[in-house]
Structures are given as C-alpha cells and as structure tokens.
Design a binder for this molecule. Structure first.
Ligand code: 5GP
Length: 182
C-alpha cells in the first residue's frame, strides 16, 4: 500500500469486548504457568504497546511481572515484511537466566518472530515464550511457535488496538479491516 488517504476503515473484524475476553484468557494461561515466579514481558513497539498494557494488568499480582520493550523496524513498506529486521531499541533488562515472554501484535509471514526468537534464545534466558494477539495462517512463510496465541485472522490488512497503517488508527479500541477508497 502507498499513501495514507487511499485507504479507509471498512468494518470491525474484532470488537473491543471480544479482544478483552481473549486478553483475559491469555493472561490466565500466563498466570497459571508463572504463579509465584518472575517473568519479563517484552513488548514489541509500537504495535504491541496497547495489547501489552492490557495483558499485564490482567495477569495480576500473583506473578512477579517485569515490563520491558524493544523496537524493531522491518525493511520494506508498511504492509509487507521483507524479513530483514533491524533492532532499533533493545530491552534494558539483562536477559540471561530470566523467564522471557515476547509480546507481539501480529504474526504475518513469521519472519520477524523467527528472527527475534533466535536473537533472544542466543542470550541464554531461563525460558523464552511468545505471546501474539493475531496470526495470519495463510501468509506464514516460516514455522515458528506461538506459545500464547490470540486470534487467527484471514489475509486482510488490519488496524486498531495498537496496529497502524502509516502511523494511523493505532488508538482505536476495536480491530478493523481497511479497504481501498473507491
Ligand atoms: P512478519 O514478519 O510476521 O511478516 O510481519 C510482522 C509485522 O508486519 C507486524 O509486526 C506488523 O508490523 C506488520 N503487519 C503484518 N500484517 C499486518 C496487518 O494486517 N496490519 C498491520 N497494521 N501491520 C501488519
């Protein structure tokens, strides 16, 4: 896609209540696994910021949750992934010996997640898991496991709940499909 005005919000694919229900389920799974232990949850900026904020609040006090963030940029345009990932901001925490959960907004081809998995496992954490809100199975190019998975969606470009198109629409509470303006 190119330009920012040629696309419009089409329809709501996942409404805010459906999203919050899933976030609460994912948080329960994380709580069951890490009760009484420390876990460093690493949000991938900027797309996962809103998901991460809701998720950590649902996990609750029985898990010792630490929050950290990384930022990556993928070479290529904003709607396709080149698979070449550049780490723009690293986490502040030392990852060695820690339980890590990477929190991502969406897995499309899987190239970004596969790259990040390799990067984090090379840092010798105690454990490494991934939590991804949306997955597009039809677009998958590499097999990389998602430990805590939200929704599988069709091959449509979506925005809202942290996801953008050219910087727009991240702030919407629902997840929308976008369409070409006619
Ligand atoms: P992957 O490396 O899995 O192909 O791409 C992952 C990244 O592509 C996501 O983190 C996101 O930035 C971007 N992306 C893929 N599909 C979508 C989509 O439908 N909407 C938005 N806003 N970003 C997407």
């Amino acid at each position: 896609m190119s330009g920012t005005d040629e696309y419009v919000l089409d329809y709501i694919m996942l409404n805010k209540d459906t999203i919050q229900g899933k976030v609460s389920e994912l948080a329960s799974s994380i709580r069951r696994e890490y009760e009484g232990r420390e876990v460093v949850m690493i949000g991938v900026l900027k797309g996962a910021a809103i998901f991460m904020a809701d998720l950590v609040r649902c996990v609750g006090p029985s898990v010792d949750v630490k929050m950290d963030f990384i930022a990556v940029s993928s070479y290529g345009n904003s709607s396709t992934s080149s698979g070449i990932v550049k780490l723009v901001k690293d986490m502040d925490t030392y990852a060695g010996g820690k339980n890590l959960i990477l929190v991502e907004d969406i897995m499309d081809t899987g190239l970004t997640l596969a790259y990040l998995r390799e990067m984090f496992t090379a840092r010798a954490p105690k454990s490494f898991r991934t939590c991804v809100l949306l997955e597009k199975p039809a677009r998958k190019k590499v097999e990389t496991a998602i430990d805590y998975k939200g929704f599988a969606v069709d091959d449509e470009f979506v925005v809202g709940y942290g996801l953008d198109y050219a910087g727009k629409w991240r702030h919407l509470p629902d997840i929308w499909r976008v369409a070409k303006r006619v």
